[in-house]
Write a protein that binds this ligand. Sequence first.
Ligand code: TRP
Length: 361
Amino acid sequence: MENHDHIEYGTFEATLERSRQLERDIQENPSKHKMLTGDRPTGRLHVGHLFGSLQNRVRLHKLGVPTYIVIADYQVLTDRDTFENIAENVLQLTIDYIAAGIDPHDGKTFIFPHSHVPELNQLLLPFLTLVTNAELDRNPTVKEEISAAGLKRINAGMYTYPVHQAADILFCKGTVVPVGKDQLPHLELTRTIARRFNSRFAKDKAVFPEPQPLLSEAPIILGLDGSQKMSKSRNNAIMLSATEDETAKLIRKAKTDSERVITYDPENRPEVANLLMLAALSTGRNPEEIAAEIGDGGGGQLKKMVTEAINEHLKPLRARRKELEQDLDYVRSVLRAGVEAARAEAIKTLEEVREVMNMGL
Ligand code: TRP
């Protein structure tokens, strides 16, 4: 049995290289893979989510990769007291996914909150026996979240949610998990659990594949203050649901600098560079070229350009979003269908799991 107290994280470079190979393999064989992604329902999505992760998922989805999207409602309870808005946030997230291009009617795409899939949750119990307290205690992302939330009393869900996340990923035998860097420890834990489960209970024929992280190579989008990551709680975000006027107003107030000539220089001019990047991502052009075009037009012209680019890029998404907001019954029906399909799959996996653990009847 492998050492139970030591999870190998490996180097970031090695992970990135594997991720690039995986990307090539997906391009060639999209239907061989199964994509599993997830979000916590803490609010609507913003432009940073769209460029950082959502567009990447939509791209894989459109290649024909079967797509499972877990809305991790239980995870919300790990670092905050409020649960009043969970139901509303689940609906708004689902609207954002569909509006961004996820098609829940292609027969291989399912969106569901994990709280509605009991058999998925039951996998948590055997999985918890495959990791040690020390391993959970050492998870760098969990440590970071504890300090970011300033938690004094830490509930046990905070330490164990990465194991629950392994259940999210393994219940459907997901093979590809598009993630940002912060989720890599959870992915490594998931791989470790899959390996330990197979080597302990299923020596002859593995039950779980080892899922692989697919790193997003999109640049991190800063907020309109230009100094930190875009995030709703930092009040520096452009929500996908914002109107064109709201978007214009937010960008008008964005921080720039006092140099009139616009240049793309992320090191020395992070605020201007971030605005140029937003325009670049919205138009598919490169930021240097846009900077050269604005030249000595200054911050005013830059902001006008960014506003038009973002509003234009988001137009179809926002139109679809509006329609969906008028039809919440439809959105709920998408979730119910997702739950039903996820449960069918979780039931099958749990049966296999019980069988190999000598718990079949
Ligand atoms: N922990 C993830 C986050 O905070 C959300 C999540 C839950 C997730 N379950 C998942 C991500 C499964 C990928 C796969 O963003």
